[in-house]
Design a protein. Structure first.
Length: 154
């Protein structure tokens, strides 16, 4: 449980994208549930906490059909795409089945790996998306994880 007493309040300039972090006003008196590791001195991302009445996210391990980008790291926000399996090894048009997931880690048969190769990944996903992900896994759909927000150009 995370309460205001657990935090050191600092004034920082985050610019236009600063809305993704907690402020003292965001913390209810009953606190929040932490859904991922938060390092000492780290600003607390809104995506790293859930309602104290019950976690709104869970982790799930999925096998990806395509490699993660070389710049994707644990903690990054990803959209999970699924191309439905058809017949004879063909796949349908891909669609997002879970938006705003978070990469927890990449997994190999020997344990955790640091590379960003295609393979199994553990994702922190909103509970509302779990049924769609399990359906895609059960059907043998081709899954891909793509960075959720990427700015191209200037």
């Amino acid at each position: 449980m995370l309460t205001i007493d657990d935090l050191e309040v600092r004034r920082v300039a985050l610019g236009i994208e600063g809305h993704g972090y907690l402020t003292p006003a965001d913390l209810p008196a009953e606190g929040l549930v932490v859904t991922r590791t938060i390092g000492a001195g780290e600003l607390v991302p809104r995506a790293a906490v859930g309602d104290a009445r019950g976690p709104n996210a869970t982790t799930i391990v999925v096998a990806l059909s395509t490699a993660l980008g070389a710049t994707v790291r644990p903690g990054d926000a990803l959209d999970l795409w699924s191309a439905p399996a058809l017949d004879a090894g063909r796949f349908g048009a891909p669609a997002v089945i879970a938006s705003g997931t978070q990469l927890v880690r990449t997994v190999s048969d020997e344990g955790i790996v640091t590379g960003a190769e295609a393979g199994r990944v553990e994702l922190l996903v909103p509970r509302r998306d779990v049924a769609r992900i399990l359906h895609a896994l059960a059907n043998g759909d081709a899954l891909s994880a793509i960075p959720a927000s990427l700015s191209i150009g200037g």
